[in-house]
Design a protein around this ligand. Structure first.
Ligand code: ZN
Length: 74
């Protein structure tokens, strides 16, 4: 888990420099992604929290907020 820099949240910036964060919440086996900007939520049962790309959180940030800039990535 040290390779992807995600941990329990995904941060992206949009073109206006605003930060959008999707957090991972766990309740038993259920995991839920929650967007701090618009309240978007999505539950997932078995999706691994590993990849920085092709991920529901990054997809949502890109599509809903045009937030694709990863502050942790150079
Ligand atoms: Zn959102």
């Amino acid at each position: 888990m040290t390779d992807n820099r995600i941990g329990t949240s995904v941060r992206r910036w949009d073109r206006h420099g605003r930060e959008h964060v999707v957090r991972l919440e766990r309740a038993g086996l259920q995991r839920t992604f929650g967007c701090g900007t618009c309240g978007w939520r999505r539950g997932t049962r078995h999706l691994p929290w590993t990849s920085t790309d092709e991920h529901p959180a990054t997809e949502h940030l890109a599509e809903a907020h045009q937030a694709t800039l990863d502050p942790a990535r150079r």
